[in-house]
Design a protein. Structure first.
Length: 394
């Protein structure tokens, strides 16, 4: 199936996109929902879930056919992420680091690096890890302590990473390390390397099935061609790919919000009070559902707007990505909380999926770039824009 989401008025495109969404929705109900529940309960990585997503071709959604993809766009990709996240947000997260690493290689890597790593990632034959965060970095790349020094024609890396998804399961990791006091570089690491040493996975409030763990980088020796892009290009690679990762994360938030809304509507349509459903009897519940629906719709519209900006090469992508994260992460927390309020004690129990959605929703206000930082990014962009032109763009 060839999907091109850059042509929304093309009837054949519409059919392709609808077919993709229908397939992911069906598989989501039939298989992903149960797998996601198991992953959440066990907090263990699921090879079965990863294999399913790979077989469906999900990692290839964002890549053109020339790179082994399905001819899709970023809008296609985030549409798929939303649908998968509606069934199980952890399933959408399984794909994220792999696609992000592959995109970095596609833009900055050599043909040999694409052949050895990128093509395998796009086809789902390899699982990727994004190794940026360290115990003291938070969201600030200037605080990275891992260092890479030249040793003959090789590189020698020493340091450690924190909160690395798929630390033990990944086949390839993109590791960020200092190559000078003010120079950040990125390196492709085959995780079979003895210097890549995952530690015990961290127990998480949500998304524990990502195998998130610290990684010690101890005498990690790499050949000279493991450097991605130019020496010192790490910050550019990070910023370039992280903006798009924010939009992907926002699409996952929309999927979570959609599921929470569906659960609340289902409960309100079935739970009776004195012979009438509570959705029919109480205007307060009707109003709350209306507000929840509006928030989900607004967040989805902004996600699609930001994804289209990526496809069009817009200079506003970084600002829009941060704005999208603000709106979508807040929406997810609020909508999952309101859904739990409608469902009462049932929503608070593990008899319903809402308690998981509530935990997952909160993650996106603190994970993958705290929401406070996104506000600062947008504010700085707007102030700079006004300073340059005396007005604000769209």
């Amino acid at each position: 199936m060839t999907i091109d989401a850059t042509q929304p008025t093309d009837p054949s495109h519409a059919n392709d996109l609808r077919d993709m969404v229908a397939l992911l929705r069906r598989v989501g109900v039939e298989r992903i929902e149960d797998l996601a529940t198991t992953v959440d309960r066990t907090q263990e990585f699921s090879p079965e879930l990863w294999a399913l997503l790979s077989d469906l071709g999900v990692p290839a959604l964002a890549f053109p056919e020339s790179q082994g993809g399905v001819g899709g766009s970023y809008l296609t990709y985030v549409t798929g992420m939303e649908e998968i996240a509606r069934a199980g947000a952890c399933a959408a997260l399984y794909v994220g680091p792999t696609v992000q690493v592959a995109m970095a290689i596609a833009r900055y890597g050599s043909p040999a690096q694409w052949r050895d790593f990128g093509a395998e990632l796009v086809q789902g034959r390899a699982l990727g890890a994004w190794a940026f965060t360290e115990p003291g970095t938070g969201s600030d790349p200037r605080q990275i302590r891992t260092r890479a020094t030249r040793d003959g024609s090789d590189w020698l890396l020493e340091g450690g990473k924190m909160f690395i998804s798929f630390a033990d399961a990944a086949d390839v990791a993109l590791v960020f390390a200092k190559t000078g006091d003010d120079s950040l570089s990125a390196f492709l690491v085959d995780t079979d390397n003895d210097g890549w040493q995952p530690r015990t996975p961290i127990k998480m409030l949500a998304f524990g099935g990502m195998g998130t763990a610290p990684v010690a980088i101890d005498g990690l020796r790499l050949p000279g061609d493991a450097l991605l892009g130019e020496e010192g290009a790490g910050f550019e690679i990070l910023i370039d790919t992280e903006a798009e990762a924010k939009i992907r994360a926002a699409a996952i938030c929309v999927g979570i919000g959609r599921r929470a809304l569906e659960e609340a509507v289902r409960y309100a349509s079935q739970r009776e009070h004195r012979g009438r459903t509570i959705g029919d009897r109480f205007p307060t519940i009707q109003a709350l559902i209306g507000e929840m629906s509006a928030r989900v719709d607004a967040a989805r519209a902004l996600v699609h707007h930001a994804a289209t900006a990526v496809d069009q090469g817009s200079p506003d992508v970084k600002r829009l990505a941060a704005s999208t994260r603000i709106v979508a992460s807040r929406m997810t927390r609020e909508v999952s909380s309101d859904a739990m309020q409608i469902c009462g004690a049932y929503g608070f129990s593990q008899e319903m999926v809402l308690e998981r959605l509530y935990r997952e929703g909160k993650f996106y206000e603190v994970g993958q770039g705290v929401i406070e930082l996104q506000r600062i990014i947008v504010g700085k962009h707007r102030l700079s824009e006004f300073s340059r032109s005396g007005s604000l763009g769209t």
